[in-house]
Design a protein around this ligand. Sequence first.
Ligand code: TYM
Length: 333
Amino acid sequence: MQRVFSGIQPSGVPTLGNYLGAIRNWVPMQDTHESIFCVVDQHAITMWQDPKELTRQTREMAAALLACGLDPARCILFVQSHVHAHTRLAWIFNCVARIGWLNRMTQFKDKAGKDRENASGGLYVYPNLMAADIHAYHATRVPVGDDQRQHLELANDIAGKFNHDYGVEFFPNIEPHIMGVAARVMSLRDGTKKMSKSDPSDQSRINMTDDAETISLKIRRAKTDPEPLPSEVAGLEGRPEARNLVGILAAITDRMPEDVLREHGGQGFGTFKGVLADALVAHLSPIAAEMRRLLDDPGAVDALLRKGADRAREIADPIVARAEELVGFLPPR
Ligand code: TYM
């Protein structure tokens, strides 16, 4: 059985983008793959995180993943900092990856912004830790949103160079698993920007914890253009906000954008937004309720995560110990 790995940063409440682009695709993989999912708190601190908030958000993210359908009986769910194999391998990868490769990472450029000199060293080597997350398990399939594509290419370059430099076939090639319509859910305020948990404007995103009223209000206020919806996908050209809302309704109702436009083409956004808000509320409310139920007993969530980490260590520790041996580190015992 192929092994799947994916991760999510606890840098805020998960958004509809995280859900449609990644989490929702993780759920069915539990039955077809050996599945490992990780709340990547070490990645989160590459940007400043308030310590108390980070603790709370890590637990909240785990609860969100469970509420979305991850089942500890069918997958391994854990917190990155609980399994030290990740940072051990990341150090080796820091020494394998070339600075030129890291300089090409568009996400670093976006996140560091204009004040690059002031970005953390962690943000710069972030993709090396991400490569380590995956390769520490010899995972070969990685379900992610479109924004992670370049990081996965780098993870393959790192594995290739490690194998070449040490004359082994140790790290396998990774296959990205990036799913169609919702691989890139855009901001509700600007259809050219990704929907993100760290966007300063809460109006730009739907959070998985938003109640029905908030969801409806955000959708009603979402930016659109004055034209009615086209009846064909080609008519969405140059209309990023319209494309985004159609894509969201398609994803949440398990249809293609063509089908959504066949039904709603010609409608104004007033009517369409009502339909979209209702569909979102129907889909997301039970998840938010389950999340609240789980968070009533934080001790139980923590216990699940500790068990997950024990299982993760069993897989990752021997793989990373072997990588350290290949590098020539004197065995510690
Ligand atoms: P993160 O926390 O930014 O996002 C988690 C997952 O959600 C996807 N995603 C989106 N998909 C569609 N539309 C959006 N607007 C949107 N926003 C986010 C992301 O593509 C991702 O799949 N570096 C990763 C976390 C990570 C990881 C890993 C992933 C760390 N180690 C190893 C895979 C394998 C990140 O920052 O994701």
